[in-house]
Design a protein around this ligand. Sequence first.
Ligand SMILES: C[S@@+](CC[C@H](N)C(=O)[O-])C[C@H]1O[C@@H](n2cnc3c(N)ncnc32)[C@H](O)[C@@H]1O
Length: 252
Amino acid sequence: MKDPNVEAYDSAIFSPVTRDWYGTSDFYNVGYWSSPTLTQAEASTALVNRLLDRHAQDQGTVLDVGCGLGATTSAIKHRWPFAQVTGINLSQAQIEYCRRNHRDCDFAVMNATALTFSENSFDVIFSAEAAFHFNTRRDFFSQAHRALKPGGSLLVADILLDREHLLSKKMLAWDVPTNLDQANPDDYKTCLEDFGYRNVLVEDATEQTWRSWIRQLIEKTESTGVPAPHRYLHDAKRSNVVTYYVLVSAHK
Ligand SMILES: C[S@@+](CC[C@H](N)C(=O)[O-])C[C@H]1O[C@@H](n2cnc3c(N)ncnc32)[C@H](O)[C@@H]1O
């Protein structure tokens, strides 16, 4: 039987409304909106590039954790063609899609909180908008620290959610564990330092990412009638369920 979490991730990412919103790109993230005239695919690519800007090398081994339909994995390979890029996902169906559509990268079904790679395997461990699903995020940080080479970079775009709203069950399903243990950028930084990461930078990018994206959803939905991924719009109109959207980098 399929894990109910995986079922929820699959139904969200493969939903026709979601796929229409992302056009021909395989992304599923809010993007980084340096200008409101970007397309969704451009903003999603910009999000990947902003994280990659924080790592000095352009080759070696890179792991994309929670790789969705492979667009982030491919964007990394496109920016760093000489790197060996591997995407992992909890979902078999998403990994099968990635293997069919992003042939220049490697893919594996694997849980972010139980990485099976040897110690010191990767120069970069990257994750875009997936770590808030991990049960727990702390287990992922610990596993990633083991799998990174000394001097390697952890690069993460992550969402911090309002615990009270989640626990009150007034929100629509976000498919996240409720034991959220990092409430703000300072907590996030301390947590990474506790696992031994150095040079930890946690940037609050809520305005350029989440809030800009919600404005895009509202404007496009109202002006063109194109449907938006409804549950996000619904939640965003009702509350500040997203407290922070952070861009994180750290060294082992
Ligand atoms: C919001 S999507 C982001 C996809 C992609 N990174 C992007 O930006 O287009 C989150 C992804 O994380 C995956 N995921 C959730 N929990 C996971 C876990 N514990 N281990 C690996 N992948 C997971 C989901 O299946 C989904 O593909």
